[in-house]
Ligand binder design. Structure first.
Ligand code: SF4
Ligand code: SF4
Length: 373
């Protein structure tokens, strides 16, 4: 019963932590040579991983992330090098296997330094695939990562899953406010807010604009024009007035969160909250973090091609495909800087100092070797 409640909580209230015990889990019948996969201690992630790994024999090492999923916890510094080092040292995994290699989830790249884990534990670490459903193929093909395993996607299923998980509390809050202050509109609100949700996330790719708030602005404009027209034809008050106003408000709620839900978009809300001085919400830190300073333009990511040692870490870890490796020089090349979401994974994994987050000089124009956001 408790497990089912935790699953429902994880599905619909993902903004809040849902911790599971840390430590070692056996999937199938793992032995001394079986792979060791590391993950966070968000209950839903562990359940989904177990399902994706059914039929395999692996060790699952659950590290402390404050009960938050890998991507959010790494971005907010909850899932970090210390979490992984501590899991290796305290779980007893060293006595269970004869090899010394762990497989890390690549979305932990902004928080877990692979070099620091190696240094602190003498264990090797390598990146697995981004999506759990690719782990089986990754293991069967001798731990080879193809391009699809390195990069994030935002498919219809993924967007409905993440949007529902993060926006349901806002939906519920709206319902509670109507129930309290105007119960006659409650059913109307529930229907309109649901329709607006489905429309926004299903039609996302067709709505103009790069950022969530801009997309919301276009939809809201269309709704407001519709409202003006219906008001014109109903001088005594349009019967659609409340529905359209509810839809506009909800679309803005959904749009303002989109940057935090879509892994290929930079967050809109987090840098805004940081500008307001909000230090953190739950386990996700905002004010003063490198990520929000990058997003607010107080810092810039810089890349010095001359210092690059060609280790490939940036290429391997960037979930957006910003980097590629040069064929002649073997050094990294900034191939698609516009895709950068300032997750800072490349910054943490670059050991040569070629990538840095420098205080931004606003008098200096953007050059070829800088990532400006
Ligand atoms: S920029 Fe840094 S992380 Fe990327 S290949 Fe060069 S040394 Fe490695
Ligand atoms: S280039 Fe941007 S998106 Fe890619 S890892 Fe670096 S900070 Fe993250």
């Amino acid at each position: 019963m408790m497990s089912l409640l935790k699953t429902i909580w994880g599905l619909l209230f993902r903004l809040f932590p849902c911790p599971a015990p840390t430590g070692l889990r056996e999937i199938g019948h793992p032995g001394p040579q079986s792979p060791v996969l590391v993950t966070c201690n968000f209950d839903l992630t562990i359940k989904r991983l177990k399902k994706a790994l059914e039929g395999l024999d692996v060790w699952l090492l659950v590290a402390q992330s404050g009960g938050v999923n890998v991507w959010c916890a790494a971005g907010g510094d909850e899932f970090n090098t210390h979490s992984v080092v501590s899991a290796i040292k305290t779980s007893g995994i060293g006595r269970k296997v004869t090899h010394r290699t762990i497989i890390l989830p690549p979305l932990s790249g902004p928080g877990v330094s692979i070099a620091a884990v190696r240094k602190a534990t003498k264990w090797n670490a390598r990146w697995g695939p981004v999506r759990a459903e690719d782990i089986r193929r990754y293991i069967k093909t001798g731990f080879r990562r193809d391009e699809g395993m390195r990069r994030v996607t935002y498919t219809l299923t993924e967007r409905l899953d993440t949007a529902l998980g993060s926006l349901f509390p806002f939906y519920l809050l709206g319902g509670a406010l109507f129930a309290l202050f105007d119960p006659s509109l409650l059913v109307n609100y529930l229907l309109v807010a649901t329709a607006a949700f489905l429309f926004f996330f299903l039609a996302l790719d067709s709505i103009p604009g790069e950022r969530g708030i801009v997309k919301a602005g276009y939809v809201a404009l269309a709704l407001l024009v519709t409202l003006a027209i219906t008001e014109f034809y109903h001088p005594n008050g349009s019967p659609y007035r409340s529905s359209l106003i509810i839809a506009v408000v909800m679309i803005f709620v959904y749009g303002s969160e989109l940057g935090g839900l879509a892994p290929h978009l930079p967050s809109d809300l987090d840098p805004f909250l940081a500008r307001l001085g909000v230090g953190a919400v739950g386990n996700v830190a905002f004010a003063g973090t490198v990520r929000t300073e990058l997003l607010n333009g107080y810092r810039e990511l810089t890349y010095d091609h001359e210092i690059c040692e060609g280790c490939r870490n940036c290429f391997e870890i960037c979930p957006q495909g910003v980097w590629r490796m040069g064929e002649d020089s073997k050094r990294a090349i900034l191939a698609d800087r516009d895709k950068c979401t300032a997750c800072r994974a490349c910054l943490l994994q670059c050991q040569s100092g070629a990538i840095q987050a420098k205080k931004r000089d606003r008098n200096e124009p953007a050059g070829n070797s800088y990532i400006y956001l």
